[in-house]
Write a new protein. Structure first.
Length: 184
């Protein structure tokens, strides 16, 4: 098996991917913060990550905050309020493990000049297919990917949006929507 590193972006099925592939070297931070560490030859590693549609990811992030407050179902009104309040990282950090939960997915994957630091970017929307691609590249059997940490919410993220929330999420994640070619 080739040496590999998984860049785990919050709300992109990272826990399920890590467990399925058996990743031992995991970055729960911006990749650029790790590439600056002396003594690590990154060319020896296959570095990969997974991304998710920004609109769907925003609903998932809100659902994580909502669930951490011991509430179950994420109502659209709660999501709309959260977006209108600015999708605050500070507010999320009070209820979740990662203070970077709302950070753009590109910030996890790019250096400060906008150059890619990963060798492969899989998509949440093609999870099984892209996990299989990673496994083939690593020379390991393709495992079944269990669905872990599933949000208690409507599966269709569009049901959570109105014109205002759609515009605010689009503005916040404009670069990643364009670069990753995601649409509403």
């Amino acid at each position: 098996m080739r040496a590999h590193t998984f860049v785990h972006i919050p709300a992109t099925a990272g826990t399920a991917i890590r467990k399925a592939i058996g990743s031992k070297r995991i970055i729960h931070d911006l990749a650029r913060n790790h590439y600056q560490r002396p003594g690590v030859n990154w060319s020896q590693y296959f570095v990969y990550s997974f991304v998710r549609n920004s609109y769907d990811r925003a609903v998932s992030l809100c659902a994580k905050v909502h669930a951490s407050r011991k509430r179950q179902w994420l109502a659209p009104a709660i999501f709309k309020l959260w977006v209108r309040e600015g999708m605050s990282d500070t507010r999320i950090a009070q209820h979740a493990a990662s203070p970077r939960m709302c950070t753009s997915q590109l910030d996890f994957l790019w250096d400060v000049e906008g150059n890619w630091l990963v060798d492969f970017v899989g998509r949440y929307e093609k999870l099984d297919e892209d996990v299989a691609r990673v496994c083939r590249h690593l020379g390991i059997p393709t495992p079944e990917v269990a669905h872990l940490n599933v949000s208690v919410r409507e599966r269709d993220y569009r049901k959570y949006y109105d014109d205002v929330t759609r515009e605010r999420v689009a503005a916040r994640y404009a670069d990643e929507l364009k670069e990753l070619k995601y649409t509403f």
